[in-house]
Design a protein around this ligand. Sequence first.
Ligand code: ASP
Length: 345
Amino acid sequence: MRNPKVLIIYTGGTIGMINDPETGALKPFDFEHLYNSVPELKQFDYELEAYSMDEPIDSSEMNPSIWAEIATTIFDKYVNYDGFVVLHGSDTMAYTASALSFMLQGLRKPVILTGSQLPIGQIRTDGKENIITAIEIAGMKADNGEAIVQEVALYFEYSLYRGNRSQKISAENFEAFESANYRNLAEAGVHIAFNHNALYRTKLTELQLNTNFCTDLALVKLFPGMPIGSIAPLFDITKTKGVLIESFGAGNSFSNSAFEKLLMNYISSGGVVLNVTQCVTGSVNHGKYETSALFSKAGVIGGSDMTTEAALAKMMFVLGEKSDLVEKRRRLEENLCGELTKKRS
Ligand code: ASP
């Protein structure tokens, strides 16, 4: 069997940063520097190739057109490689992982995002282990010759997570991510132990590239005492096509007739409202408490146990699709690529 071929796509992030001598602040640097700082990469019995974005960025600068560039690069080069590793800043990595899972549906090869909390040039860096294991996973095959991982995943500090289930939870710890509502896909110890039952398998017959994302969205996080006047301008169909609400507990809201009216008017004029919970674990369950009745009444869609990152990316994807509103609402409730747990009816 030939050696696995892996493409490393470098977008920037702390992993490849250096200190600016003038300001002392960390700024992105080129891939050459990163590659030379990890001599272990030369020992891989994999064929490694690299593709660097024109200008490496801090991931706070990430946006849907760069997601489209990453996805298109993978799509165009898909048949030439066994797997892909995307080096990315950790700050918005969960958003990018979520977005790529919707942009690249029908994957049968791994797309593994990774990065680090400390630059690769620093002695205590977490970047080396992350990049080495991410590459290893990207080239791993089962006995039948198929890739073990066939989805967008995120590798950080010995754990592999489903991309659209992951969230950054620490600005400090090496263990910076978690997937609170879904099992980890693998743990890396002496061996890489996969949780085979948790791995996603597509039903699509070929890879699809969907880069037409709609970004006319707003995100509203409820808080006790929130003045409705402050969020009213967001529920305006001439400005937004969709609003994501982060609600309390199992999808609850304060009772407020002005809020209810706002939601009803927006939805009847064609706006889409999706509801996810502010809680780290658990799910939206409209109807469980009386305090979610206003959402059901107004036609707000329950986002099940999706993360905010996945819900935003999914709204961008679904609202960008050529379909009518009924279909869009149905798609938002569906499990499209492992991003939510479907309630058993
Ligand atoms: N600010 C950095 C970034 O997201 C942080 C990191 O990479 O960990 O690009």
